[in-house]
Design a protein around this ligand. Structure first.
Ligand code: ZN
Ligand code: ZN
Length: 313
């Protein structure tokens, strides 16, 4: 019994030393599939290997399908003590198709179906936090080469988000303004490209080399609040940025993270998307201090990526 309990995912938190982790021994069993299509559980015809399917949508004109399924090796489960859901979003039927090559219709369908799942999770009264993210390439944390995203929903906030929320709430109380709206207004970031809904920028404080943020121009705190035009706009810019990155940093693994944890509407939280190339593994200084050594100035990055986006027009 004791042994069985050890196998359940559990949250560990030290609020004094500011450390938190999810101990999940079951995840050590997950397969690493970087090439072999035959072994890939996300390819067509491997449906029996999947756990529960939550949502499924089709794009018949491109013979594409997107599925949101239960993660076979979850780091949280709907059980007491570490309540949550851990999903996998299999965003293409093709083993090697990359999001930079998705059509506009494919991007919109993907962003819409992930939003539908977000609504389902929001309805669960115990869910207080949702993180949508993509690991592309083993250097960015992916264990399967077939393109996919993950959605993790918890009953508690990670420490970083708890602290950020408190700081942003205090800023809002003092200034009567959302901090990120204020940053956009003051043009503190380096603009790369924009459309009517979003600004793609190199953030003023760029922790990662060649980091980009996609910031919603209108103040909205939740992914669930984005309308169709905003989803289309996000898909358009993500596709352009990923193609530009592919020329600037060919084959470099990357993460995409949706950065607003608000499950309810909050005036002090603002939705944005982080795009982070993983050029080098984290070093000892970063591990020890949480301060990142960035070898490319945000201005240099913005200029380089802007030129590549413009030459592709
Ligand atoms: Zn596959
Ligand atoms: Zn705002």
């Amino acid at each position: 019994m004791g042994k069985e309990r050890n196998k359940m995912p559990m949250l560990q938190e030290d609020s004094y030393l500011k450390r938190n982790s999810k101990i999940t021994e079951n995840r050590a069993k997950r397969p690493f599939i970087m090439g072999e299509k035959e072994k890939c559980p996300f390819c067509k015809g491997k449906e029996r290997q999947l756990e529960e399917i939550y949502l499924e949508v089709h794009l018949p004109e491109e013979r594409e399908r997107i599925r949101i399924v239960k993660n076979k090796y979850p780091f949280c489960e709907p059980i007491k003590g570490n309540y949550g859901f851990h999903d996998v979003v299999i965003d293409t039927l093709s083993h090697k198709k990359e999001p930079k090559d998705f059509s506009s219709a494919h991007w919109v369908l993907l962003l819409e179906v992930m939003q539908k799942r977000w609504y389902q999770l929001q309805k669960d009264a115990q869910v207080k936090f949702t993180q949508i993210f993509k690991n592309n390439g083993s250097g960015a944390g992916a264990s399967i080469i077939h393109s996919h995203w993950q959605i993790a929903a918890f009953d508690t906030l990670p420490l970083k988000q708890k602290e950020q929320n408190i700081a942003l709430m205090h800023y809002y109380e003092e200034e009567k303004q959302c901090y990120i709206c204020e940053q956009l207004h003051d043009k503190v970031h380096e603009l790369i490209i924009e459309n009517s809904e979003w600004q793609a920028v190199a953030p003023a404080v760029s922790q990662y080399t060649h980091e980009t943020w996609l910031i919603l121009k209108t103040h909205k705190s939740q992914y669930g609040q984005l309308n169709l035009k905003e989803l289309q706009g996000a898909g358009e810019l993500l596709k352009k940025l990923l193609n530009a990155y592919n020329e600037l940093l060919p084959k470099v693994p990357y993460n995409i993270c949706f950065m607003s944890n608000a499950m309810n509407e909050e005036p002090y939280l603002h939705f944005y998307i982080q795009l982070i190339p993983r050029l080098v593994p984290m070093g000892g200084f970063e591990v020890a201090t949480g301060c990142y050594i960035n070898t490319v100035h945000p201005k240099t990055h913005a200029t380089a990526l802007r030129q590549l986006v413009e030459t592709r027009r």
